[in-house]
Design a protein around this ligand. Structure first.
Ligand code: SAM
Length: 280
């Protein structure tokens, strides 16, 4: 039984990093005229109402998109992200936050395709309503970790797979590493972006090691922390591990991450990592 609902966390500091990286990759893919395919293995409900009961419970968005929303000194690419979020809000008031499916849908061209997987029975209904009959998009009420591999290699021979699990159980870390390796074996030139939380650093170290010893090449890691690592409950940082990243991504993230770590940090304990896990 799945209990995780991303609506509690929508727009938090982890979503800021995840969605900035997503946008950067999709915009890079759009630079070539050729179509691409985007797969989102853990799609969630599509869009989030920040004035709704779930988002209001802990108001996590206040320490994410909320801190960027009104600023007029945003670095260029952060402004690009905030402007995209503004497309989902009719006024200066921040009430709606797009999830990864809505962001991808917004950036897709007529010729591109988007495949969305979601397992939760309530989230899948919301997702279907959110992406609403679009011939470029296919929604599956299915396990993305089991079924998305069947789409590879895509006809377009170029594209992104976003892997954004909720890590409800410890075993998820090894499961996603295995999944990533299997996807890569089917389509080694595709781009893969794996989101991870930092709640207990040793789990991340294992995940990084598993990827580093897997035979995958060309892997970069981008991490944003708002507080120092701790043994106490809760997420203090999160990151994206990107296989076959756009060659521009590292430099672009270098322009954003120090600024974001400063602005989103708690008690001046913000930090970031940009690391090549595996060379080309
Ligand atoms: C972190 S949320 C996704 C958030 C979304 N990617 C976004 O950026 O808005 C993870 C989602 O994956 C769903 N989920 C969990 N395990 C899954 C699986 N094996 N296959 C597909 N969906 C799954 C959960 O129900 C949840 O909605």
């Amino acid at each position: 039984m799945l209990s995780y609902r991303h609506s509690f966390h929508a727009g938090n500091f982890a979503d800021v990093l995840k969605h900035i990286v997503l946008i950067e990759i999709l915009e890079y893919l759009k630079k070539k005229d050729k179509p691409f395919c985007c797969i989102d293995t853990h799609a969630g409900p599509g869009t989030y109402q920040l004035n709704g009961e779930y988002a209001q419970k802990n108001r996590e968005f206040e320490n994410g998109i909320g801190k960027l929303w009104q600023r007029d000194d945003l670095p260029d690419r952060v402004a690009n992200y905030v402007n995209l979020i503004k497309c989902f809000n009719n006024s200066e008031l921040l009430t709606c936050y797009p999830g990864s499916p809505a962001i991808a849908k917004q950036l897709l061209r007529c010729k591109d395709r988007l495949f969305l997987y979601e397992l939760h029975s309530t989230e899948i209904e919301l997702l279907n309503n959110s992406v609403n009959k679009d011939r470029r998009i296919k929604v599956f009420h299915a396990d993305g970790l089991k079924h998305a591999i069947g789409l590879l290699p895509p006809d377009e021979r170029r594209g992104l797979t976003l892997i954004d699990p909720s890590y409800e159980i410890k075993g998820d870390y090894s499961l996603v590493a295995e999944f990533l390796v299997n996807m890569y074996k089917r389509f080694a030139t595709g781009t893969y972006a794996l989101w991870y939380p930092v709640v207990e650093r040793s789990r991340n170290q294992k995940l990084e090691k598993a990827i580093q010893t897997s035979g995958i090449k060309n892997v970069q890691l981008f991490e944003l922390g708002i507080g120092a690592d701790t043994n106490q409950h809760g997420m203090t940082a999160s990151g994206m591990i990107v296989v076959n990243p756009p060659w521009t991504l590292s430099a672009t993230m270098q322009q954003m991450l120090p600024w974001l770590a400063d602005v989103l940090s708690k008690d001046n304990k913000g930090f970031y990592r940009i690391q090549t896990l595996l060379g080309e």
